[in-house]
Design a protein around this ligand. Sequence first.
Ligand code: PLP
Length: 396
Amino acid sequence: MPTISKKGASMPESPIRKLVPYAEKAYKQGKTVYHLNIGQPDIKTPQIALEAVKIHSLDILAYTRSEGSEGYREKIANYYAKNDIHVKHDDIIVTTGGSEALLFAFGTIMDTDDEVIIPEPFYANYNGFSTASGVKVVPVISKIEDNFALPPIEEFEKLITPKTKAILICNPGNPTGYLYSKEEIKQLAAIVKKHDLFLIADEVYREFAYDGATHYSILQEEGLEDYAIIIDSVSKRYSMCGARIGCLVSKNKTIIQTALKFAQARLSPPTLAQIASEAALETPQSYFDDVIEEYVERRNVLIEELNKIEGVQVANPNGAFYCIAQLPIKNSDAFAQWLLESFDIDGETVMVAPAAGFYSSPGVGLNQIRIAYVLNTDSLKKAVNILKEALKVYKD
Ligand SMILES: Cc1ncc(COP(=O)(O)O)c(C=O)c1O
């Protein structure tokens, strides 16, 4: 029988998906499962975006340009200008989600065996995209004790080798909820310039900055034009995960010309979803104000309730909608499975994401879970109570 590739064999499984069969078993037993495990917001998509798909006047659902329709890219550039990020429409390539923008970025700047330094814990699929691109992830550990702040710059410098091509950050962070300060971005800017590396910033959670903090983009940093690549997406901003629209943004013309070749190979990003995403750009600020208020309330409830549980340590997130909690257990994979298979309160249980999949260093994060606060506050309270009671009886 022919064999699959080494690359295919080494593709990591999603740390969340592998628990799905256990969740399905729990549903079959009639249990309610509170999903703290996925970043699928329960927030309504702006009506204006949904309407745009209903009222379009297309006769043919044709391809668009590989880099995305010009009208949409012009409007994206306006959106960035409002966020003090000054780019032109031809600095933007529309992609099939931020996921494809990450693949294009990796393909554009890295060859097989090149290295990318990523503060960990990081968005688990960075491992998958790296494997698919034959690239090695070199983690630099950020710690729960420091709220997952940027590790000291010397730690990055120690890891730079002739194979290092880029530093990748997620700001605000999934799974940490950490929002990098302007000062931290400046430190990263200095190091990439000094060592001639690219800086990729996954800014898909840009709007989700709390407690009066403002997001500082790498493209607001002067002098970083040739080094900076932004990964962006409508998925979380407008609760449009199913639209599958994102973009790659860079002022570096060679990056854009090269990424465009990858875009041409897959012909076009989705046409109808670009129409919806273009309309979504008209979403009023009041929508975001309400959404942010809702997430802050959820975060406050979640952190307060988690802090009441003995032995639980939690980093306070000031962006995105995730947090990492450290539990008084040895193995969160086994704990998460046990919650679904063997624990409930009045027929209700929780599904969490074991955090080990958000690290690439073996053996790190085994006692941590990632929680997505994408449920209303009542459900969050019930879910944390289930965790609390579960921890009282769980034995690893
Ligand atoms: C940090 C981060 N980057 C990128 C993505 C990819 O999102 P999409 O492909 O839906 O745009 C996600 C999705 O959860 C994410 O959390």
